[in-house]
Design a protein around this ligand. Sequence first.
Ligand SMILES: Nc1nc2c(ncn2[C@@H]2O[C@H](COP(=O)(O)OP(=O)(O)OP(=O)(O)O)[C@@H](O)[C@H]2O)c(=O)[nH]1
Ligand SMILES: [Mg+2]
Length: 318
Amino acid sequence: MNELSFTVLGPYACGKTTLLACMNECFGALMPGNFEAGDPETFRLLTEAYRQLERDAQDDGDSLFFSGGVTGTDTDHHYRFNVKAGRSRIPLKFTDFPGEWLDPHDPENGAKYSEVERIARESSVIIAVIDSPYLMHHGGMYSDEARIAEIEHVIENSLTDEEKLILIVPVKCERYLESEEDTELLLSTVKKHFAHTISLTCEASPYCGKLAAAILPVKTMGNVVFGRFEKKDGRILQVYRKIIGRKFHPEYTDQPLRYALSFLLEGYRRKKSASLLGRLTMSRELEDVIDSVWSELRTDIPGSEIFCPELLGLEEDV
Ligand SMILES: Nc1nc2c(ncn2[C@@H]2O[C@H](COP(=O)(O)OP(=O)(O)OP(=O)(O)O)[C@@H](O)[C@H]2O)c(=O)[nH]1
Ligand SMILES: [Mg+2]
């Protein structure tokens, strides 16, 4: 059978690789003994990215330029792994690519943009990574930098008859999760920008019942907050500062992975149970893996909201 796949989507330096690196750290805890890297060498890239993030967060300097952090991604990377359940191996794959490929107007990158569209179409879960500070400051003056129009365009073109989950993940948002008021502002701002995608999950949409979405903010560092913008060589840089006395403390980073895996494995289980042979060969172990991924899936993360929760097997009023 085909691999179950998911991809990240977002512009240059928005935090795609960082988010995948944080998610990669969670595999072991999520599925103890049931995770098997297809190619350990590729996963090494993510482990290194995570160590770099940790070092940045522990650095004694009091500010941090984004240009100095994790190295930008040079080409597309496909991370293959298996979920082991009894004697079966369920092949999964997630994809990372350079954010510069997301620009449909760049003639040099035309073929790359088509590749992004192709990857998005074949992925059952798309994780849109949102560079929150661009949306949250100066009345949204720099919001174009978050490339939401491009992300929404790719998402809409990727929709088919198959079920799909869109995870909208605001990152670099430690500052906005400090108070209830700012958390609400983050959520309403992200909802406003993604109004079109969200509307595609509603009853009037042709994708109703096939498309689910969730906004799930994560803290990838926990002790670093956005400070200010700075312009350099025509680029807008973000300057961050450490919170004195606070340690590196990622939070909620397992949640996008739990949502993605629950959705993919549930879909797999449903397809299998549609056939007699599938029902007979479906193992108790698969149910156990799904249960362990599902058990700590949270619907109460600050600044989160779920659209079309039934498709995720959740109650309608979450
Ligand atoms: N404070 C903070 N910094 C972050 C967060 N996410 C990413 N960063 C930083 O943002 C920078 C860019 O992150 P990457 O993960 O390389 O971004 P990318 O989207 O993979 O970039 P490309 O591969 O060039 O498309 C790095 O220096 C990270 O340390 C976050 O949630 N909080
Ligand atoms: Mg990258």
